[in-house]
Write a protein that binds this ligand. Structure first.
Ligand SMILES: [Zn+2]
Ligand SMILES: [Zn+2]
Length: 338
């Protein structure tokens, strides 16, 4: 059977590997579709520590083909989305439902073998049943959508509140859509790429093109100089975090969703004091996020079609990773069909 094995940074090869087996408590999944996300690119480029060699991939859907000893929750033929993180179910975080913070956990395709493969064996709790109405391709959105849910559950969006979402990549667009669905108005969607802003508009947000206007000044101007109640940083740079802190009104909340890698040496925290800002962080996925995401897709409240911009066969997963790494302005979801 085939799998995309990363042996060293940049050295990814689709090769023949032994077919994995479902050990006790595990299910074997025939992978149908996978999405490529920034974390996969980070592992591929060596920017993110990983256990090599490893089979990459963590945002996938598929069909259960075999169940290991003791598995009762799933049976062959079940359509599932893979919850991308493993966790221990023993520690205080896991026991309080914060499985995303488990210190004994790991990510598929980074610490344990992932899903850019014909087959992957995962613990039964990692395979979440999906209704027939959600296609395998659309189901891959659930991993990203779960991260967005986990983040928005940490804040309160009251109908009529104003929101700015800085960055309209896949998760930024999902943040815009969820804010609209929660009754926020207006929701300003900020990005530098016109066609992504068109999707934000379809999702009910007001596009703000940061190449044509200073987004902070513009949003302040159209909110009578006040700024917004809530700013969501979804681009992961120091510049956009600064914009989020500037565009939010005193007493407001900044949801720090984007992953900030570089240190911010000239960081000025004065606004946190002066404006009494609340800065909220959020990481990874929980099962609850998947359940809510499934409900959203099932009811057609999020149209995932515009998010899929590219499709590749498993053999060409390297080209897909290179595309996402090199041309982020041209791609949202690159889907690998197995
Ligand atoms: Zn991901
Ligand atoms: Zn744990």
């Amino acid at each position: 059977v085939k799998a995309a094995v990363l042996r060293a940074p940049g050295q990814l090869c689709v090769e023949e590997v032994p077919k994995p087996q479902a050990r006790p408590g595990e299910v074997l999944v025939n992978v149908k579709a996978s999405a490529i996300c920034g974390t996969d690119v980070g592992v591929y480029k060596g920017n993110e520590p990983a256990r090599l060699p490893i089979i990459q991939g963590h945002e996938s859907t598929g069909e259960v083909v075999e169940t290991g000893e003791g598995v009762t929750s799933l049976k062959p033929g079940d359509r599932v989305v893979l919850a991308s993180i493993i966790f221990c179910r023993q520690c205080s975080y896991c026991q309080s439902g914060k499985t995303n913070l488990c210190p004994n956990g790991g990510l598929l395709g980074r610490e344990v073998n992932g899903s850019f493969a014909d087959y992957v064996a995962v613990p039964d709790y990692n395979a979440i049943k999906m209704p027939d109405s959600i296609s395998y391709e659309d189901g891959t959105h659930l991993v990203a959508l779960s991260t967005v849910y986990v983040a928005q559950e940490k804040i309160t969006i009251t109908p009529g509140q104003s929101v700015a979402v800085i960055g309209q990549g896949t998760t930024g667009l999902m943040h815009s859509r969820l804010a609209v669905l929660s009754g926020a108005m207006p929701v300003y969607a900020v990005d530098i790429t016109g066609w992504k802003l068109k999707i934000a508009e379809q999702y009910g947000a007001i596009p703000v093109n940061a190449t044509q206007t200073n987004p902070v000044e513009h949003i302040k101007e159209v909110t009578d100089g006040e700024g917004v109640d809530l700013a969501i940083e979804a681009a992961g740079s120091a510049v956009t975090l600064r914009q989020a802190m500037e565009v939010v009104k005193p007493g407001g909340t900044v949801l720090c969703f984007g992953i900030l890698r570089p240190s911010i040496d000239d960081f000025n925290g004065y606004a946190i004091y002066f404006k009494e800002l609340k800065l909220i962080g959020s990481r990874s996925v929980t099962h609850r996020g998947f359940q809510l995401g499934i409900r959203l897709l099932e009811n057609g409240k999020l149209n995932g079609d515009p998010l899929i911009t590219h499709r590749f066969p498993l053999d060409q997963v390297k080209s897909a990773l290179d595309l996402v790494a090199q041309k982020p302005g041209e791609v949202l979801r690159a889907i690998v069909n197995h």
